[in-house]
Design a protein around this ligand. Structure first.
Ligand code: HEM
Length: 360
């Protein structure tokens, strides 16, 4: 039967006819697979909201890239150009800035949700590790983005980048100026921000989504719920409804960052002076700052490495079949202690005066 024979009569509303025509060509009704009702609650939409944030970051990032100049002599001036001359430049830069901050918040809340509902348990252990990879890439975006501003905070972030690279020896050579004399390190971090990190993000998010579809969303962590020994994709809601809610929350996120961008435009400090250390890092890196007080950049490296190592262990040490937090008391307490330690370190850094940490 040809496509035209399948066309619905003109009496059928235009919207339905359009849906039918697109469905015939793109198989859209394949998206109407069942998902459990609880997947539509905000707690289970946090990963999707994070993804929506990335869409906003890509769109605004493409616009910013038209005006940003990644050479050390021009970078800071080009950010001033974006703020003062580029059409809607200040607003778009501020949306990029606020979305980057909120995406870290929603990714952390998503991690906390997955942790508290034990959704890392079998068969989802690998997806937990993929998620950690996504978190690392997200922090990589924030770090390189901070350098790109090329104000004092950016110049100091780059100095940390260099010193970490040197500490890592051969493994860290890419992060140092020794890697090549032909392209300045600022320009290479810009290329990293635009190509390497997006490529890593694309691969990881494709794996994350594939595994979510493969396993289905985890059950609710009710008092008697146990891990799934078999994957059964069922539920009273549909993925199309889930997508609609996601688009709704994505739009709310866009409005929130738009309002924040108008009220508090993204900050930019004076052009950076190499060798000075007078700023503190962005809030998500603050918990590692007091460790730098104790052991310099070694403390930063050891602290962040230990954090990711502990998180990576979670699915392999909590092997009981139970999902409910009440039946997983010790791991919930361990998680809370870790969170409190990170908050305490962050607050300590926030109220302390900036001090020099680098050897240079
Ligand atoms: C940073 C970017 C991330 C994005 C865009 C993302 C996206 C998503 C989405 C859309 C879901 C579907 C359900 C939901 O939203 O709760 C999901 C589920 C999941 N995510 Fe993420 N995620 C990210 C980071 C993480 C992190 C940091 C972890 C943990 C270390 C993680 C682990 C998981 C696991 C295990 C599932 C399956 C949960 C279940 O079946 O209930 N994700 N993610």
């Amino acid at each position: 039967m040809t496509l035209s024979e399948q066309t619905l009569p003109k009496t059928v509303p235009a919207r339905r006819r359009l849906w039918r025509a697109l469905d015939r060509r793109l198989g859209l009704s394949g998206l109407a697979y069942p998902v459990p009702e609880h997947a539509n609650s905000i707690a289970y939409l946090l990963g999707g909201i994070t993804f929506a944030g990335f869409v906003i970051l890509i769109l605004t990032g493409i616009i910013l890239a038209q005006f940003y100049n990644p050479s050390p002599a021009q970078a800071h001036d080009s950010v001033i150009y974006i703020i003062t001359q580029a059409p809607l430049g200040d607003f778009i830069r501020s949306i990029h800035f606020w979305t980057a901050n909120l995406v870290v918040v929603t990714a952390i809340l998503h991690l906390i949700r997955v942790f508290s509902t034990a959704s890392y348990k079998r068969p989802r252990e690998i997806n937990w590790l993929v998620g950690l990879g996504l978190l690392a890439v997200t922090l990589g975006f924030v770090f390189t983005g901070t350098v790109l501003k090329w104000d004092q905070e950016g110049v100091e972030a780059l100095a940390h980048n260099r010193e970490i690279g040197e500490l890592l020896g051969l493994w860290g050579v890419w992060f140092t100026s020794e890697f090549t004399r032909s392209v300045p390190i600022l320009t290479r971090l810009y290329i990293g921000h635009l190509t390497l990190l997006p490529a890593a993000f694309t691969l990881l998010i494709a794996a994350h989504m594939y595994l979510i579809k493969f396993h289905g969303i985890s059950k609710r962590a009710t008092p008697d719920a146990k891990v799934d020994d078999e994957t059964v994709i069922e539920g009273s809601s549909s993925f199309i409804h889930h997508l609609r809610r996601l688009v709704g929350f994505g739009l709310i996120l866009f409005v929130v960052v738009g309002v924040l961008a108008i009220i508090w435009p993204a900050p930019l400090g004076q052009a950076g002076i190499a060798g000075e250390e007078v700023t503190k890092p962005p809030w998500m890196f603050l918990p590692f700052y007091p460790l730098e007080d104790v052991a310099g950049v070694n403390g930063l490296l050891a602290g962040s490495g230990l954090l990711f190592f502990l998180l990576a262990l979670v699915p392999f040490i909590d092997r009981s079949p139970w999902l409910s937090p009440r039946k997983r008391r010790w791991i919930i307490i361990a998680g809370l202690v870790l969170l409190l330690v990170l908050i305490a370190l962050g607050v300590t850094a926030w109220i302390s005066r900036p001090v020099p940490h680098l050897m240079e």
